[in-house]
Design a protein. Structure first.
Length: 700
């Protein structure tokens, strides 16, 4: 068996070190060896105390989530924690790095807890749709109280060592794990503090009425919100058990809650999303090549996207040169960057001196002669092919041969853009999402001539910028926007047929999205989609249904939030918008032109069409080879388009809903429009073979 836990005895103290890189997850081998070393140390007569710590960069950050795919094997972590708590010799857990989930539960079960100053502690199980399952909900309130426990467990956010000390979770903060734990052990032995067990503490949970009131207030808050996870309610039930049940009964209640949540679709969706995010890096190019070094980056264009890209790069420690066509445009771009950092200062995210240091990484220019030493250039100019090709021809002459040339295009053909240079192998698509300094997704778009080294460089940059990168093939709209075009079309069909934009938005939000499609169109800017529709007009099949409602808004200059008006009206700083009766009248005029008699749509009917269009086009994207695997599509829609995480993504949702039912819906809707509603060949193939999308994830 691989040795992942070691035991060292020195000065009558046993030090048990968990070394299971990269994050010391508490898999089966760790649990078995930890238990063996614990029992050996307890039975050795000359050992007076036991220290448990993590090797490498961190204390254990939780369970091995891969084990969630099957029933975990004994010894379970809950048993390990109980065994630590019942140990007859003082057990000190010494933490550094991150002590999260099961790792934090191990610490809570110890008799004493110490940590280095930079340690973060937390219970992030809610991010997987779960509650802690090894005593976290029962031990934490006995140390920190019910209110603090609600905050920590419900948010999933880690707290600092200083905060944990103030909350009575930690006994001491030590400067290092070389000598600090030994000094601490010597102190507790000298003072004869024995083995205080968290399970026996009652001071913080004695006020049953107070705790009940806290939980009642929190439950009312949950009831007032939409799309709350089942786990949020289970957390409150587990914390109620702290006051209402004995400790052992509370542990049993927590275990049952964990098992119940693990079996529900919300948790399955969130666990799928967790693995899908990590799966995106498994592409052949990253195995074949190493990335180029990138320290100096140029951004061509200082508009909304260019400024956001610059901010993201500067935050990552990169030097940025912004190129604009004239000084006025450059000043506006620089001002956008400065104002973003100024907001960060006002909100306490950075200090004034940090803002100054960030702005020192920024250089602006109106010509390309300043780009002689850049490692990578990102073009973020107007979404028009000839404009972009002219930029790339100029860059080809201005930058070193090794420089990577990237386009932030949302739709355009990368092969055509790359062909305008003498180095197509160095050209790649880096599709950021707006606002680029906030949105986590980056589509890395590959074309026929791109080199593996360039692809690897794109992924390395994404990692540096803390983006979630997904490899996309070169088709119109790539992964995300190509699929968006399909369900945007069906959205416009429903509006023309009788649904209001506001009814559709409400149905989509009730499904779990943070905003509806029309709110999204207003946020992104209606002119973006309008330009794309005009670009594709000459190639559109005249038999395809086309709805002009969005065009009518754009013809009036109603582009959304940036113009104060789109599908919604916007006033002052209110970005939520209000419903606009004039938009409804405009829609009615368009219906009358075509002789359409409006009909009613239920929320269920809206979502069946919305999801069927999304999944069908996603299956086409996958079947045509423009995405590596279904889970990559899930990541794109989760991180770039707001698909509810608890549903796992459209492909995971299709598996849950049933691929056969998706196809049945498509065939039903095809009675209205047989040109638009045509089942993807991949969907039909999966049904014929008795497989689902997840089986294709396993294949890759």
């Amino acid at each position: 068996m691989n040795q992942v836990v070691s035991l060292k005895i020195e000065n009558r103290v046993a030090s048990i070190t968990i070394s299971n890189p990269p994050v010391n997850s508490l898999g089966l081998a760790v649990r078995e060896q930890l238990l063996a070393h614990l029992e050996k140390s307890e039975n050795e007569a000359d050992i007076e105390a036991i220290i448990i710590k993590g090797g490498g960069k961190t204390f254990p950050v939780g369970a091995d989530i891969k084990e969630f795919k099957s029933d975990p094997k004994q010894p379970h972590l809950s048993y390990i924690c109980s065994r630590i708590e019942q140990c007859q010799k003082p057990v000190v857990v010494a933490m550094h790095g991150m002590a999260l989930g099961g790792g934090f539960e191990v610490a809570l079960s110890a008799h004493f807890r110490i940590a280095t100053p930079d340690t973060k502690l937390g219970l992030p199980e809610i991010l997987l749709g779960l509650v802690p399952g090894a005593g976290g909900t029962q031990r934490l309130p006995r140390l920190a109280g019910v209110k603090a426990s609600i905050d920590i467990i419900s948010s999933g956010e880690p707290i600092s060592a200083k905060t944990a000390l103030d909350m009575n979770i930690l006994d001491e903060i030590v400067e290092d794990l070389e000598n600090g734990p030994q000094r601490f052990v010597k102190s507790i032995l000298k003072r004869n503090l024995g083995c205080p067990r968290v399970r026996d503490l009652s001071k913080k949970i004695l006020s049953v009425d107070h705790n009940k009131n806290l939980i009642s207030i929190q439950r009312d808050k949950l009831d007032s919100k939409e799309n709350i996870l089942s786990a949020h309610y289970k957390i409150l039930e587990c914390l109620e058990a702290v006051s209402n049940l004995s400790f052992d009964e509370g542990l049993s209640f927590e275990r049952n809650a964990f098992a119940e949540l693990r079996a529900n679709d919300q948790s399955k969706g969130m666990i799928h999303a967790f693995f899908a995010e990590r799966q995106t890096l498994k592409i052949p190019q990253l195995l074949r090549a190493k990335p180029k070094h990138v320290q100096k980056l140029a951004v061509i264009g200082g508009g909304t996207m260019g400024s956001g890209i610059a901010i993201s790069a500067m935050n990552a420690g990169l030097e940025v040169i912004m190129i604009e066509r004239d000084m006025g445009s450059l000043e506006r771009g620089k001002s956008s960057v400065f104002k973003a950092f100024e907001r960060d200062v006002q909100k306490g995210r950075i200090t004034e001196s940090e803002k100054k240091a960030l702005m020192e990484r920024f250089v602006g220019a109106t010509n390309y002669s300043t780009l002689e030493q850049v490692d990578l250039v990102i073009e973020a100019v107007y979404e028009e092919m000839e404009v972009k090709k002219e930029v790339f021809r100029t860059l080809d002459r201005a930058v070193p041969e090794h420089t990577v040339l990237a386009s932030n295009t949302s739709y355009l053909d990368l092969d055509e853009i790359a062909s305008s240079t003498k180095r197509p192998q160095n050209v790649i698509g880096l599709h950021f999402f707006s606002p680029a300094n906030i949105m986590k997704l980056m589509e890395i778009v590959i074309h026929k001539a791109v080199s593996d080294e360039t692809v690897a460089t794109g992924f390395a940059l994404a990692k540096k910028l803390k983006k979630v990168a997904v490899c996309a093939g070169n088709c119109d709209g790539f992964i995300g926007n190509r699929i968006l075009s399909a369900y945007a079309d069906v959205t416009s069909f429903m509006v023309e047929d009788g649904a209001s934009p506001y009814e559709i938005d409400e149905a989509v939000k009730a499904f779990g999205y943070p905003m509806g499609p029309h709110q999204m169109f207003d946020l992104a800017g209606g002119d973006i989609g309008w330009a794309n529709r005009k670009r594709k007009a000459s190639s559109r099949d005249p038999n395809d249904r086309y709805v002009e409602i969005s065009d009518r808004l754009c013809e009036r200059g109603w582009f959304g939030q940036k113009t104060g008006r789109g599908f919604y009206r916007y006033f002052g700083d209110n970005r939520k918008g209000i419903e606009d009766p004039e938009v409804i009248r405009l829609i009615e005029v368009e219906r009358d032109k075509k002789g359409i008699k409006p009909r009613k749509f239920t929320s269920e009917g809206i979502m069946r069409r919305y999801i069927a269009a999304m999944v069908n086009e996603a299956a086409n994207v996958l079947g045509e080879g423009f995405a590596y695997r279904p889970s990559d599509i899930d990541v794109v829609k989760l991180f770039g388009y707001g698909f509810p995480r608890f549903r796992g993504g459209p492909m995971k949702y299709a598996d849950t809903y049933g691929i056969e039912k998706i196809v049945e819906d498509i065939k039903l809707f095809s009675q209205e429009d047989s040109l638009f509603w045509r089942p993807s060949p991949l969907l039909l193939s999966l049904i014929k073979s008795g497989k689902n999308f997840d089986s294709l994830n396993e294949r890759n």
